[in-house]
Ligand binder design. Structure first.
Ligand SMILES: Nc1ncnc2c1ncn2[C@@H]1O[C@H](COP(=O)(O)OP(=O)(O)OP(=O)(O)O)[C@@H](O)[C@H]1O
Length: 241
């Protein structure tokens, strides 16, 4: 079973001065699962996610990501993960194709391989005709799909998504989740924070944080049973007051 854990977190604490943003978090994420990380504004999701990505150090606790230690092996972690931040990481003044080239370059993907993958990707996203357009002029839903696609372009073991679908309508969101399912079915673990409860329903398991603590962690079906709730909205309201 230990091998099936791609992320292990034990007693993770993160303090900013006297304020505790992550208060003794303990949880595991399994290989290939879609793990939803929920909580109200300020609950501490982004803080934990930045630690898991090797961007910030915990105050205390044990954390392993893709088998690597969060204190000593952050460079190895970074090579094995993809990350899409809230202000997704595309360069607005570069074209679609230039952004893909940039990310492929960072991860050492050869130009030949990049060209093949780029052509397939743009076809899948129906963006072939837009490949020489600047990111700045693209609709938000397109930017999100592309930002996600570059975050997994190097086939990482895990992809971290921080509110990847903020500000778009439910149909665009649903389409974005088709991309998430596709990468998960290829064995990439997806760790996603969200405020949208329809998205919580799409996850294999969901953790719900409140004031720096994990208050619940289970599959959406089990959470609804435990909290005697019709949907994840009702579960969330009971936990994140
Ligand atoms: N660098 C920092 N210095 C001091 N306080 C911080 C810092 N980063 C975050 N915090 C505080 O930690 C708490 C948790 O913030 P965090 O961004 O992790 O929440 P979140 O759950 O991701 O919220 P949101 O949904 O709004 O993104 C907040 O009260 C925030 O003000």
């Amino acid at each position: 079973m230990e091998n099936d854990k791609i992320i292990t977190v034990q007693n993770l604490v993160k303090k900013f001065g006297s304020f505790t943003a992550n208060d003794n978090l303990t949880f595991d994420v399994y290989r290939g699962e879609i793990f939803g990380f929920l909580g109200a504004n300020g609950a501490g999701k982004t803080t934990a996610l930045r630690i898991l990505c090797g961007l910030s150090s915990p105050t205390s606790g044990e954390v392993k990501v893709a088998g690597f230690d969060i204190y000593r092996e952050t460079e190895k972690i970074k090579k094995n993960i993809g990350y899409m931040s809230q202000k997704f990481s595309l360069y607005e003044d570069l074209t679609v194709s230039e952004n893909i080239q940039f990310y492929a370059g960072i991860y050492g993907i050869s130009p030949k391989k990049r060209k093949e993958k780029e052509a397939l990707l743009l076809q899948k996203l129906e963006m072939t005709g837009a490949r020489h357009k600047l990111i700045a002029g693209l609709p938000l839903g397109w930017k999100q799909k592309l930002a996600f696609s570059v975050a997994v372009f190097h086939d990482p073991k895990i992809v971290f998504l921080d509110e990847p679908t903020g500000g778009v309508d439910p149909v665009t969101r649903r389409k974005f989740w088709d991309l998430i399912y596709e990468v998960a079915s290829n064995g990439i673990t997806v760790f996603v924070t969200t405020h949208y409860m329809d998205e919580a329903e799409y996850c294999d398991r969901v953790s719900i944080m409140d004031a720096g603590k994990i208050e619940a962690l289970d599959s959406p079906a089990n959470l609804k049973k435990t909290y005697n709730a019709k949907n994840m909205d009702e579960v969330f309201i009971q936990i994140a007051r």
